[in-house]
Design a protein around this ligand. Structure first.
Ligand code: ATP
Ligand code: MG
Length: 559
């Protein structure tokens, strides 16, 4: 990928460069290890760009990145998630060098547990959950040993094998590592490494009724795959001593190193899979690909290009400091990508009819618009209109202030790519809303300066009424009203924005009706839009999502 070259260094890349320079490693293997219990979100994109990015940057020494499904907890995992994760990683522009499932290593985790027991480093504990919690102590008080802590090895081996064989009910006992009950790191106070849980696993079916804990299984997965640098988020910093303990005490083929970095948080949204799942399950959004949530599939449906997301990840960089990144920065990257790459089209979101009084009912008037203001190589597009056209309601003001350069009684404005028109009169309905504007077209002024004495300082977009199509346009706003919904006292749902979606009946130029689903463009003067991946049916039904707005200098001035 060309854009990977410009990546600036960070403390993780520095460590890796150093490990290569000193000969500690001849090559590098990283991994991205999602748990298939939800769809990927933009926080995962940060981790994906980091892990796959490092492998790409070190291709010269044969560096690799694995995609590994961390599927050791069958209670929350589903095949649907496995599929979506593969698709999202590919869509982001990355290819894994190997694909693994942590559940393929169940036998290995079991063997390692046996070896821990044989070394006197693990025991079967029959205390209840509550008893274990009560005897864990706290920062000032060491834990109290379980009555089972000093069981003979042979008894531990026997019980653990029988746990596997299904002789005991769920929760009857656990296998605990025997580490240090007085440790200031609570994770080292004899952590549970195996529990009994009768749950169907998507990969191993009902073969197992005991499952390993994350902190125990993860280092073993990394070691088996010869991962050199196991990159994870800061919450795991406290777990690193346990990670290292497992590596130190199990018969592993390699010694991976865990390094933590700050997770991505974004303003005006939530990122945890649990909260995203709740939004989906409770029908507060339309699904995992709702364009208002920060899942990769939601952002894709919103029309955010993969390259813009990668550029965003590059811009925020990798640090050890937790913080919250402004969603404006993500939108900035999307806007700058689309500004460069999106062809321009015309669509009227809040239509107001204009009747051109001097255009005959069967007459056609030509216009020619640029595909892109800077990409002159893209050329121009021919359009035409008849006697009736649509313009935006707010491009007409009954009583415009001086600085408003668009349409008002007696004023002139240019139709983008076409002639200038002059407002002659307008009609209103009983509520006082303007329903129609009547204009005179200054024929022959297309592509030419305004005639002497005519003041025309703006061009507005328009859609021909006869050939234009109807379209559903979805405008998305922030899903939450506050910057940090996670901090809401009454829970994050109390900050939901009730107006996060508005659906408009718009008018679009003919070209847009046949555009492919998923294709993006700029609607001139209104924003960047994407033809909806699911509901837009070329030639049959037009549905567009707003990806991101343009900056409107007029709206700012009004504020
Ligand atoms: P969540 O907390 O959103 O439920 P998770 O950490 O449980 O996510 P995993 O599937 O375990 O999700 O994550 C896979 C990888 O992605 C992990 O290495 C994890 O550290 C990383 N990751 C998850 N969320 C973020 C984030 N917000 N920023 C950066 N990396 C993240
Ligand atoms: Mg996790």
């Amino acid at each position: 990928m060309s854009d990977a070259d410009e990546t600036k260094s960070d403390f993780i890349r520095d460590i890796i460069a150093n490990d290569l320079a000193t000969g500690k490693h001849q090559s590098i293997i990283t991994r991205f290890p999602p748990e298939p219990n939800g769809y990927l979100h933009i926080g995962h994109a940060k981790s994906i760009c980091l892990n796959f990015g490092i492998a790409l940057e070190n291709r010269g020494v044969g560096a690799k990145c694995h995609l590994r499904f961390d599927d050791t907890n069958p209670s929350k995992e589903e095949v649907e998630y496995v599929e979506s994760i593969r698709e999202d990683v590919k869509w982001l522009g990355f290819e894994w060098d190997a694909l693994h499932f942590a559940s393929d290593y169940f036998e290995f985790y079991f063997d390692c547990a046996i070896s821990l027991i044989e070394k006197g480093l693990a025991y079967v504990d029959e205390q209840t959950h509550e008893q274990m919690r009560e005897t864990r102590g706290n920062l000032n008080v060491p834990g109290t040993p379980s009555p089972w802590r000093e069981r003979p090895t042979s008894e531990n081996l026997d019980l653990f094998r029988r746990m596997r064989a299904g002789e005991f009910p769920d929760g009857a006992m656990v296998l605990r590592a025997k580490i240090d009950l007085a440790s200031s790191n609570m994770n080292l106070r004899d952590p549970v490494v195996y529990r009994i849980m009768r749950a169907h696993h998507h990969n191993t079916g009902d073969a197992w009724c005991i499952y390993p804990m994350y902190d125990y299984a993860h280092p073993l997965e990394d070691a088996l795959e010869h991962i050199t640098h196991s990159l994870c988020t800061l919450e795991f910093e406290n777990h690193r001593p346990l990670y290292d303990w497992v590596i130190e005490n199990c018969p592993v083929p390699a010694k991976p190193r865990q390094i933590e970095f700050a997770r991505l948080n974004l303003t005006y949204t939530v990122m945890s899979k649990r909260k995203l799942l709740q939004l989906v399950k409770e029908g507060l959004v339309s699904g995992w690909d709702d364009p208002r949530i920060p899942t990769i599939s939601g952002l894709r449906r919103r029309g955010y290009p993969a390259e813009a997301i990668r550029n965003f990840c590059k811009r925020i960089g990798i640090t050890k400091f937790n913080g919250t990144t402004s969603v404006d920065l993500l939108e900035f990257e999307v806007r700058s990508y689309l500004n460069r790459e999106a062809p321009r089209r015309m669509a009227v979101l809040h239509p107001l009819k204009v009747v051109l009084e001097n255009v005959a009912a069967d007459e056609r008037v030509d216009a020619e618009v640029q595909e892109h203001p800077e990409r002159t190589e893209w050329g121009t597009r021919r359009l035409s209109h008849g006697r009736e056209i649509w313009i935006e309601q707010d491009d007409f003001l009954e009583d415009p202030p001086k600085k408003f350069y668009r349409l008002g009684p007696g004023r002139h404005v240019r139709l983008r790519g076409g002639d200038i028109m002059k407002c002659l009169s307008f009609g209103k309905n009983a509520d006082g809303h303007v329903t129609e504007v009547r204009c005179e077209l200054l024929k022959g002024t297309a592509g030419a300066n305004a005639p002497e004495g005519v003041e025309c300082r703006a061009a507005i977009h328009w859609v021909d009424a006869a050939t234009g199509h109807d379209a559903e346009v979805r405008l998305y706003d922030r899903l939450f009203l506050v910057e940090n919904p996670d901090d809401q006292e009454e829970g994050f749902l109390s900050a939901l924005n009730p107006d996060s979606l508005s659906i408009l009946k718009a008018k679009i130029e003919p070209d847009l009706a046949t555009m492919e689903a998923g294709a993006f463009c700029q609607f001139e003067r209104t924003g960047y839009f994407v033809a909806d991946a699911k509901d837009h049916l070329p030639g049959q039904k037009a549905v567009f999502n707003r990806s991101v707005g343009l900056k409107d200098s007029w709206a700012k001035a009004v504020k």
